[in-house]
Every structure is written in structure tokens, then in C-alpha cells.
Design a binder for this molecule. Structure first.
Ligand SMILES: NC(=O)c1ccc[n+]([C@@H]2O[C@H](COP(=O)([O-])OP(=O)(O)OC[C@H]3O[C@@H](n4cnc5c(N)ncnc54)[C@H](OP(=O)(O)O)[C@@H]3O)[C@@H](O)[C@H]2O)c1
Length: 291
């Protein structure tokens, strides 16, 4: 069997970093990309510890020049690509009324338009590969099927990714390329730390209609993303590897026990019940009506 070649976005930290190591260990030739190659040390240290090597390439989802340069590099070096893992992404936290047009565009530019840019650039190389298991992986989220308070803008991008993956499953099936969505829940990465953005406007003043929700939800968000519900990113990396290795992969690859529980409720419980559970968990179920 020819060696699978896999390109991954967002490998400077978190899920992308550990997935690069996981797939290199599984025998893939890995192109680990990041927008700032100055952040390569953590990945190189993890590779050294695992006794594997990866190829580093600069790639920023918002910069077409870097995407085209990376695709040209893989084309001239390999002539093909077996798997593409669209992992890079980030979240804003805030009430929808506070976001500027630029901030809304910023969220969609990376998480949705960036995934479209990268995938469209690499699909010709995936068509040139002849593996029966060529796989387009898109890292969405449980937030791509259920909304959590103050994460609605981010959720909108992850819901959009599910639509794109469903469309790719139509378009790419006859070309022999499988498309899957990997859906983690809280995972211990920089997602809720250095990578998290807030809108410049944050209406938590005493007269703000959003003062209570903005006072309560960020604390819950920190607990959820750093507490016992948050899983090790290697669990997500293993889910990605399993999806790529599957004979006939389905659309949804829910990753982690809490993710499975959340998606079970989302699927089988009435919407009113699941939103009530989330409001309770987030601490906003008891808020009184304001003007
Ligand atoms: N952690 C969670 O709880 C969780 C849950 C569900 C889904 N996810 C999804 O998992 C994926 C990976 O996130 P993570 O948890 O591993 O967080 P992370 O540690 O913050 O990693 C995010 C990666 O994306 C990169 N990135 C951000 N914007 C980029 C851009 N414009 N171009 C290229 N790279 C960019 C970051 O690069 P820099 O280092 O340069 O910022 C970093 O390498 C994301 O799509 C996220 O939405 C995460």
C-alpha cells in the first residue's frame, strides 16, 4: 500500500498538534501546517518524544497566498494528497448584539470561508491520489449541532461546516473521496485560553440588558472548558484517525463521552428540555425577565 499523505491545519497547538503526531505514528506522511511557524517548538518537541517526523508548512486560513503556496509545495513534492484535516478554528464569546461587522466577518472568515479556501485548493491533489480511503475531515463541534450561551456566533460557523460536509458527501462520493465531520465537546487546548476572542464591546455595565448573562456565563464557560468534562485532545486525534481508517465512514464523528451524551440528548430529547438543561448548567435558568 502506498503511504498516505495527510495535511492538517492549525498544528501549533491543541487538536491539530496531537493529530499530526498521532497520524505520523500511524505511518502517514504528515504536512503539519500553522499560520505562524515561529510557534513550531511544541509540535517538534511532541514529535521528538514520539519518535516521528512531520513536514512543517506555513498556512493561514485567511490568506489565500499561503494556501496556494502550500498546495503548490505538496503538488511539486508529492503530486497527490490522501487526506485533508481541516482543524484550525477559534471561537468568540459574547452576546450577538455586541459584535461589530468586522468581528462577525473575522469569525466566519477563519472557521467557514477558510475551510472552503483550503479544501478547494487541495481537492485537485486529493483527486490525484488513488487510495480507496481518501478522506476530507472537517473539525466541527458539538456546538455545530447544539448552541451554548454566548457561543452563538461560533456555533453558526460550526453549523455551517456541517452543511458543507453534507454537500461534499454528495459531490465527492463518486470521486471516491469521503467527507466526515469530527465533533468534539470541551477539549483541553488553547481554545478557551489564548485562542478565545471577545468582542471589543462588552455590555456588562449596570444598565446593560445583558449584564447578568455576561456576568454569569463566562464563569461557567471557564469551568466547562477546564473542568472534568474537558477531555484530552488525544481522544479527538484518535477519533480523526478512526474516521480516516473506517471502511465506510458516516457523517458525524462525535468525540468523547460527554460529546456522545450531549448529542444523544440533542437527538432524542425535546428541544425545550435540552435548552433548559443548558440554561441550568450555564447558571442562567433563574434569571428574571428584564426590559
Ligand atoms: N477545544 C475545544 O473545546 C473544542 C471543542 C470543539 C471543537 N473544537 C475545534 O477544534 C479545532 C482545533 O481547536 P483546538 O481546540 O485545538 O484549539 P487551539 O489549541 O486554540 O488550536 C487552534 C489552532 O487553530 C489555529 N488557527 C486559528 N486561526 C487560524 C488561521 N486563520 N489560520 C491558520 N490557523 C489558525 C491556531 O493557530 P495559532 O496558534 O496561530 O492561533 C491553532 O493552531 C477548532 O476548529 C475548534 O473550533 C475545539
Amino acid at each position: 500500500m502506498t503511504q498516505p499523505i495527510t495535511l492538517i491545519t492549525g498544528c501549533s497547538s491543541g487538536i491539530g498538534l496531537v493529530t499530526a503526531v498521532e497520524l505520523a505514528r500511524a505511518g502517514h506522511r504528515v504536512y503539519a501546517t500553522m499560520r505562524d511557524p515561529g510557534k513550531k517548538d511544541a509540535l517538534l518537541a511532541a514529535c521528538a518524544e514520539a519518535g516521528v517526523e512531520v513536514e512543517l508548512l506555513p498556512l493561514d486560513l485567511t490568506d489565500r497566498t499561503t494556501i496556494d503556496a502550500a498546495a503548490e509545495h505538496v503538488r511539486s513534492t508529492e503530486g497527490r494528497l490522501t487526506n485533508l484535516v481541516n482543524n484550525a478554528g477559534f471561537s468568540y464569546l459574547g452576546v450577538l448584539e455586541d459584535f461589530s461587522d468586522e468581528e462577525i466577518y473575522d469569525q466566519f472568515n477563519t472557521n467557514v470561508f477558510g475551510v472552503l479556501r483550503v479544501t478547494r485548493a487541495f481537492l485537485p491533489l486529493m483527486r490525484a491520489d488513488d487510495s480507496p480511503k481518501r478522506t476530507l475531515v472537517v473539525v466541527s463541534s458539538t456546538a455545530g449541532r447544539a448552541v451554548y450561551p454566548l457561543m452563538g456566533l461560533y456555533s453558526a460557523t460550526k453549523f455551517a461546516l456541517i452543511a458543507l460536509v453534507e454537500e461534499w458527501r454528495f459531490e465527492l462520493r463518486t470521486l471516491g473521496i469521503r467527507a466526515v465531520a469530527v465533533e468534539p465537546y470541551s477539549t483541553k487546548t488553547e481554545f478557551a485560553g489564548a485562542s478565545l476572542k471577545r468582542p471589543a464591546k462588552w455590555s456588562d455595565g449596570p444598565d446593560s440588558p445583558y449584564a447578568e448573562i455576561l456576568g454569569i456565563v463566562p464563569r461557567w464557560f471557564t469551568e466547562m472548558t477546564h473542568g472534568k468534562e474537558a477531555v484530552d485532545p488525544r481522544i479527538v486525534a484518535r477519533t480523526i484517525r478512526r474516521a480516516i481508517n473506517a471502511r465506510n465512514p458516516g457523517l458525524h464523528w462525535v468525540s468523547g463521552a460527554y460529546a456522545k451524551l450531549a448529542m444523544f440528548f440533542k437527538r432524542f430529547a425535546p428541544n425545550e428540555f435540552t435548552t433548559w438543561v443548558v440554561r441550568r448548567k450555564a447558571g442562567i435558568a433563574g434569571l428574571r425577565r428584564r426590559k
